[in-house]
Design a protein around this ligand. Structure first.
Ligand code: ADP
Ligand code: MG
Ligand code: MG
Length: 251
């Protein structure tokens, strides 16, 4: 699904190299987690994959189902099926949540060469998905994220993900200060959306999140590289011993 080879990235504005040769291969239908100390480049990796400005790829490749991602605009990446959670955490006063989602879904369908969803079909779809995710119908009508609680924002992000039907979902939870309830919400949402044709890359430094989202593969990132890859037990090792042992072992 997602294949990253030897990815090197520096900041555009400064001569600061952040990713120093990332190799990562995420199979279709699998859930991979990336853990790692603060400042190791985890968020940068998700930003670069989604096409955020300010970063320069100096070497390496990243493909989604064989398509080169790095030359594409963020919207084109989304049309291919890439979804970065929390790309729309902004509040949009005056724009109803449902209207916003319908615009987003139809823009994406257009980019994929699909017909727009009729108002009726869209309503059916969003109501069913909101129900699955235990989202109040009321929240669909409110202006996007305005006055939403932390938990409601999380639910809404999961709803965005459900509606856009991505193939490759990237969730960066590292700096969001999730409390236990929000963490469970995210985990339940991810688990509900797991399927054969959909993969997840969950970035976190909380082992607790991985108690709820059982990853197939766990990677440890340090100083701009993936330095160790293993199964779920690797997350437990981090929980029990921190990163010091692993970093010493790979040094
Ligand atoms: P992580 O998510 O693993 O904590 P980040 O990707 O946020 O790591 O950051 C990796 C390193 O790159 C850090 O040293 C951070 O300070 C630096 N960095 C990332 N983006 C910028 C930026 N826009 N300007 C300056 N430094 C940055
Ligand atoms: Mg950080
Ligand atoms: Mg981060």
């Amino acid at each position: 699904m997602l294949e990253i080879k030897n990815l090197h990235v520096k900041l555009e504005e400064e001569d600061k190299v952040i990713l120093k040769g990332v190799d990562l291969s995420v199979e279709a239908g699998s859930v991979h987690a990336i853990m790692g100390p603060n400042g190791s480049g985890k968020s940068t990796l998700s930003y670069v994959l989604s096409g955020r400005e300010g970063y320069e790829v100096t070497d390496g490749t990243a493909t989604l189902e064989g398509e080169d991602l790095l030359d594409l605009e963020p919207e084109e990446r989304a049309a291919l099926g890439l979804f970065l959670a929390f790309q729309y955490p902004v509040e949009i006063p005056g724009v109803g949540n449902m209207t916003f989602l319908r615009t987003a879904v139809n823009a994406q369908r257009k980019a994929r060469g699909q017909e727009e969803l009729s108002a009726t079909d869209f309503l059916k779809d969003i109501r069913a998905k909101a129900k699955d995710l235990k989202i109040d119908a009321d929240m669909l009508k409110r202006p996007v994220n305005v006055g939403f609680s932390g938990g409601e924002k999380k639910r809404n992000e999961i709803l965005q993900m459900a509606m856009l039907e991505p193939k490759m979902c990237i969730l960066d939870e590292t700096d969001s200060g999730l409390d236990v309830d929000a963490m469970k919400l995210v985990a339940d949402g991810v688990n509900a959306l797991r399927s054969e044709g959909r993969s997840f890359l969950v970035i976190t430094h909380y082992q607790r999140l991985l108690d709820h989202i059982k990853p197939d593969v766990v990677h440890i990132m340090a100083d701009g590289r993936i330095v160790k890859t293993g199964g779920p037990e690797l997350a437990l090792e981090v929980e029990n011993n921190g990163y010091a042992d692993i970093l010493a072992e790979v040094a």
